[in-house]
Structure formats: structure tokens, C-alpha cells
Design a protein around this ligand. Structure first.
Ligand SMILES: Nc1ncnc2c1ncn2[C@@H]1O[C@H](COP(=O)(O)OP(=O)(O)OP(=O)(O)O)[C@@H](O)[C@H]1O
Length: 309
């Protein structure tokens, strides 16, 4: 399901929280939404989820306008807010059952939906626990389960990783990847760049309600810098690895750092494939070949004038 945001504006009196943002998300893609505090991320997401109305502009989810047909759009969307509201003493299953009913899911199908969604989000073993006894990580899982209960095609997640420990973050990333494999489009906001760069196909960067960059990460990087860097380690002396890299004309720069080498390549899809092939056919036992993610962070820092933390 393709999402198109068209010149979206949301003013609160004098405050231009969102000031003319346009971007699109392809079907089945994971897009990160990045911007400093107060940039307008939550406001944009709430409008996309039909929880608020824009001052002007529109959002089309699978071609359907959030303004003209909010009820229809709601069937397509799952929204995971940045905090789970406080609830009365209620078990996880009771809570999810409430939302399944609200979505009109009936009879045996409701029981099946609850079983599936609890299993997917890993809350089955604690399904009888009360909501107010849950850790932050477990609350996030319940919040995700709630957003998924009607099997939406588009999932909006507002800072889902905030406050989670490293293990819970990794688990959350796995859940997000699994959802994308099911063909869902996912829009996820965060302050933490590393978190997004690992899982996103594309990104939308805003600041003070204005769009700075939007598009596929590969294209954005290409716009900002024509190179990328790889870290490589092989079961041999780093000097031999360095020399083998240097015999390939497309390698722009190469240096030894500890037991690894760092290689600068032109930013094309073929360059890393060609290099890895070259190393392997030269008889090197390569056991590490990874893209330097800092390329992305550098790009973020550059376009936001270093204001993102
Ligand atoms: N209901 C409201 N009334 C008045 N101003 C608001 C309202 N909601 C948001 N704002 C203002 O709009 C701007 C954007 O806020 P928003 O919460 O969308 O930013 P954000 O990028 O999500 O920030 P954070 O990363 O801190 O969550 C801020 O200046 C905020 O104070």
C-alpha cells in the first residue's frame, strides 16, 4: 500500500508544527522519520493516523484520502503511539480483546486473531498479566499487538524504541523486519539514527516542520556523497588483504585499521559485489564484509546542521 503525503500543514496558533511537507512511501517499505525534538514528527504521524486534522494538505493511503474517508483509512492503518496510556487493572488479553471488538472482529475469528497477534509479539506467556505490572519493553509489545489487531497494511510507530534496553531493541527490530516481509509499509520515528539506518529502506528528515530530505537511503546517500565505505577482515595478514584490494581499479582508497581494512568504493550496487568476488577469487578467506553505517549518520548530520542527536 503506497502512502503519499501532499503539502501537509498543521498550525497551532502561531506555531507551524508542520509546514508544507510532501513525501511518499512505497508499498512494503520501511521508512524512518527523523528530526530533532519539536520538529513535527508526532504531529505528522497523528494526522496520518487520522487522530488529528491538517490545517491544509492531505495524506493518501492506498489512494484513499484521510480527509475524505477517514473511516476507510483507519482500516488500513495501525498506529503505535509513543506511550501506552495508563489503564485500569486489565490483563493483556482483555485489553487486546477490547480493541478486537472495537474493530468488529467477531466469534472464533476474534479468538484466533488474539492468539496469533499475542504469539507474534511474544506476549503469550504473560497474557494474563495486568497491564500495570508490565515493564517498558512488554508494554511496547502490547502496544504493537494492539496496532496489529486488525491486520493493517500500513503501520505507524512513534518512537517505538525509546526507553528500551539493547536486547528489547534488537527484538523490536526483528518484529519490524518480519512485518515488512509480510508486505506491510512501515513508518517509524526515532531520534536514534543507528536504530533506523539498520532497518530502513528510506528516510524522511524534517526540522522545524519543514522537509529536509526524503527518499530511499541509497538515493539520498548518492545525492550527498558519491562514495561508501566497507570494513573487511580476512584470515590473512591485513597487508595481503590491502594489496589484494589495491589491485582492483574501482577501489578508490584503502587503509589498514587494526586487523581490518577500510575501503572506499564508488556508491554503486555493483562495487561491493565486484570487490568481494575479487577477494574470494584471489583465495582470501573473508569473514567480515560490512558497510560503514556512519555514512548515513554523516548525511543526517550534514542536512540537519548537526541538530539531530
Ligand atoms: N496540541 C498542540 N498545541 C500546540 N502546540 C503543539 C501541539 N502539539 C504539538 N505542538 C507543537 O508543535 C511542534 C511540533 O511538535 P511534535 O510533537 O510534532 O514534534 P516531534 O518532532 O514529535 O518532537 P519530539 O521528538 O520531541 O517528540 C512543537 O513546537 C510543539 O510544541
Amino acid at each position: 500500500m503506497r502512502i503519499v503525503v501532499e503539502d501537509l500543514k498543521r498550525y497551532f496558533g502561531e506555531t507551524k508544527a508542520v509546514d508544507g511537507i510532501s513525501f511518499s512511501i512505497e508499498e512494503g517499505a520501511i521508512y524512518g522519520f527523523v528530526g530533532p525534538n519539536g520538529a513535527g514528527k508526532t504531529t505528522t504521524m497523528r494526522i496520518m493516523a487520522t487522530l488529528d486534522e491538517p490545517t491544509s494538505g492531505d495524506v493518501r493511503i492506498g489512494g484513499v484520502s484521510i480527509i475524505e474517508r477517514p473511516e476507510q483509512v483507519r482500516r488500513y492503518i495501525g498506529f503505535m503511539p509513543d506511550a501506552l496510556p495508563n489503564h485500569r487493572d486489565m490483563t493483556i488479553t482483555e485489553y487486546l480483546d477490547f480493541f478486537a471488538r472495537a474493530h468488529g472482529i467477531k466469534g472464533p475469528q476474534r479468538a484466533r486473531t488474539l492468539t496469533d497477534v499475542q504469539a507474534f509479539t511474544g506476549v503469550t506467556p504473560i497474557q494474563h498479566k495486568s497491564l500495570n505490572q508490565l515493564s517498558k519493553g512488554m508494554k511496547q509489545r502490547v502496544s504493537l499487538a494492539r496496532a496489529l489487531i486488525h491486520d493493517p497494511q500500513f503501520l505507524i510507530m512513534d518512537e517505538p524504541a525509546a526507553g528500551l534496553d539493547p536486547k528489547a531493541r534488537v527484538e523490536l527490530r526483528e518484529l519490524i523486519r518480519a512485518l515488512a516481509r509480510q508486505g506491510k509499509s512501515i513508518f517509524i520515528s526515532s531520534h536514534i539514527l543507528g536504530e533506523l539506518t539498520e532497518i530502513c529502506d528510506g528516510t524522511v528528515i524534517i526540522e522545524q516542520g519543514r522537509l529536509l530530505r526524503a527518499g530511499k537511503i541509497h538515493d539520498l546517500l548518492h545525492q550527498d556523497q558519491p562514495h561508501c565505505h566497507y570494513w573487511i577482515a580476512a584470515r590473512c595478514e591485513p597487508h595481503r588483504l590491502l594489496e589484494t584490494c589495491m589491485t582492483l581499479p574501482l577501489v578508490e582508497e584503502v587503509e589498514i585499521v587494526g586487523q581490518e581494512v577500510r575501503v572506499q568504493l564508488p556508491l554503486t550496487d555493483e562495487a561491493p559485489v565486484t570487490l568481494l568476488n575479487h577477494l574470494v577469487t584471489s583465495g582470501l578467506a573473508v569473514h567480515e564484509f560490512r558497510r560503514q553505517r556512519a555514512d548515513l549518520e554523516q548525511m543526517f548530520m550534514k542536512v540537519t546542521a548537526g541538530k539531530i542527536h
